[in-house]
Ligand binder design. Structure first.
Ligand SMILES: [Zn+2]
Length: 154
């Protein structure tokens, strides 16, 4: 397994089927960032972009992402920050830390979308390579339906 030291941003309309290591694909259309796990395990890591999930800063050349990427659902349990294209490794979290993070996450979401719980946790969703869409899509489209539904009703 080769660690990926750098992730180059690539803005795309649709997420490509085959991801390339070292490239961070960003789709504003799908409000998702997706890349192959920086540990080199080959798993896809999808990060939903929203005020309560991930956000990125692009300075025209490099990209920074916050918060950190913690792939607790993957066997590698990779945890890293992406700052100006560079992958900075963070420590592995204990199960208690992960649970605490998820609890804070849920709390944040409950406050943000009071009527929309339960939502998935904002840990990245790993997808196997069988053409399945990352879990991020599912709740985004749920959210879209909900919003559309609200406007239709009135
Ligand atoms: Zn990995």
């Amino acid at each position: 397994m080769n660690n990926i030291a750098q992730l180059i941003p690539k803005f795309v309309l649709n997420i490509p089927e085959d991801l390339e290591g070292g490239i961070l694909f960003i789709s504003g259309e799908h409000r998702t960032m997706i890349h192959l796990c920086a540990c080199g395990c080959g798993n896809e890591v999808a990060l939903p972009i929203s005020p309560i999930d991930w956000r990125f800063t692009f300075d025209g050349e490099t990209i920074s992402i916050s918060p950190s990427v913690g792939s607790w659902s993957l066997s590698c349990r990779s945890h890293y920050f992406i700052h100006e294209n560079q992958v900075h490794w963070a420590e592995d979290w204990s199960d208690e830390q992960i649970e605490g993070g998820r609890r804070r996450d849920r709390l944040r979401k409950d406050n943000y979308y009071p009527k929309l719980s339960p939502l998935g946790a904002s840990t990245p969703s790993a997808v196997s390579h069988n053409g399945k869409k990352p879990a991020g899509w599912a709740w985004l489209s749920k959210l879209k339906h909900w919003i559309t539904g609200r406007f239709d009703k009135k």
